[in-house]
Design a protein around this ligand. Structure first.
Ligand code: DGY
Length: 390
């Protein structure tokens, strides 16, 4: 039976390159970037949250130069082969993470893979901080209690939670987002830091040291940092543990039953990275057995689903993968994804510093003639725009 085509909204119908965005994205700058690069832009407006591989193949059709895709889509061999067959060679995820993308398959098919670093850092760290506070002070439980009309007067024992000040925040993965979150917890709540990362987080260490000295100069207790050599050390020492590693074979189920058992009975675990970092079944069991233990999750192992039992637990705070959902960040992500595709289609080099993408986001000037971040640039032999040529 023939199916009706997926609905699309078309911008610049006579553009010479055909670019698909599998979802409408916030803002309009991203569309302008593609139109200025001579693209006909087709935005899929189908009312279906997650597009299947078959849906995306249908969108690609027989002629497609580039695609902007989403982290919910399975970008493997099948889609990259379809894109190559349609004459395409540019793809960008609208996300900094790209565990949904088989980069090797893309490279094999000659397709550049872009991502969107540098605009999510503070926004994601802020949501991790919000989750931490919500869990520590039982904000969601208390809100439900109010809405249910159960509040009949102040009580000394009502919704007692954890004070963060002076406690220890543990960071697993102290890269950009992990370090930004740590700084917020140090500066905002005067927490001490313990972290595990393969690399030394020098800037974070310097910040905590300097802030500790400032507090001392004001007659307050200093804050401290400690880098430890195992994940287990963080779990044993911290009152709050926030997870910020990338998801790969080495971090899949990094937090499992045995490691949860090492944590303090009143600890809080926060995850705004990727769901499969935690064995969610083990977490549900741990939360059931330890009512004083709390979890605050933005991401889930089988997204969009939660493991059975999780949604019934009052000691879990759950939100639908919204860590990057600030207007500025989401518009920035769309802009960077479009600039990745436009840059590749125009034959521009790749930007020299994916961590410093602000020139692409400044609305008052033209974006640089480059793709901001192509993760397989080296393997595809793409030129890098060196600082000297700026
Ligand atoms: C990303 O960009 O990887 C985030 O998970 C989106 O929120």
């Amino acid at each position: 039976m023939a199916t009706s085509p997926l609905s699309v909204e078309v911008h610049n119908p006579y553009g010479r390159f055909r670019v698909i965005s599998t979802k409408p994205m916030p803002g309009s700058r991203w569309i302008n970037i593609l139109v200025d690069a001579g693209c006909r832009v087709e935005v899929c407006t189908e009312k279906k949250t997650i597009l299947s591989v078959a849906d995306i193949k249908e969108l690609i059709g027989s002629k497609c130069d580039g695609v902007i895709g989403q982290l919910t889509e399975d970008w493997g061999d099948e889609l990259f082969a379809a894109l190559k067959a349609a004459g395409g060679h540019a793809f960008s995820n609208m996300a900094v993470g790209y565990n949904n993308v088989n980069v090797e398959a893309a490279t094999r098919n000659g397709v550049a893979v872009g991502n969107t670093p540098g605009v999510l850092t503070e926004t994601t760290a802020e949501l991790a901080a919000a989750l931490t506070l919500a869990a520590a002070r039982r904000v969601v439980e208390a809100d439900s209690f109010m809405r249910a009309g159960k509040y009949d007067g102040w009580l000394p024992t009502l919704f007692i939670g954890n004070l963060l000040k002076g406690q220890t925040v543990g960071i697993i993965g102290a890269g950009r987002i992990g370090s930004a979150y740590a700084r917020m917890m140090v500066e905002g709540f005067k927490m001490n830091v313990v972290y595990y990362d393969l690399y030394q987080a020098t800037r974070l260490e310097k910040f905590v040291t300097a802030y500790g000295k400032f507090l001392e100069s004001q007659g307050e207790s200093p804050v401290t940092w400690k880098r430890v050599s195992t994940v287990e050390d963080v779990l044993r020492l911290a009152d709050v543990v926030s997870l910020h590693p990338v998801l790969d074979k080495t971090t899949y189920h990094l937090i499992n039953k045995d490691r949860l058992a090492l944590m303090k009975k009143t600890a809080i675990i926060v995850n705004a990275s990727r769901g499969p970092i935690i064995d969610e079944v083990a977490l549900v069991q741990h939360l059931q057995a330890n009512p004083e233990f709390r979890a605050a999750l933005d991401v889930f192992e089988d997204e969009p689903y939660m493991k059975p039992g999780l949604s019934d637990l009052p000691n879990a705070v759950v939100v639908p993968h919204i860590a990057s959902a600030s207007k500025w960040t989401r518009e920035g992500m769309a802009t960077l994804a479009a600039a990745n595709v436009a840059g590749k289609l125009k034959g521009c080099p790749v930007w020299h510093d994916a961590n410093n993408v602000m020139p692409f986001l400044d609305e008052s000037s033209k974006p640089p003639a480059a793709s901001p971040s192509i993760v397989n640039a080296k393997n595809l032999g793409l030129k890098i725009l060196t600082a000297a040529k700026l």
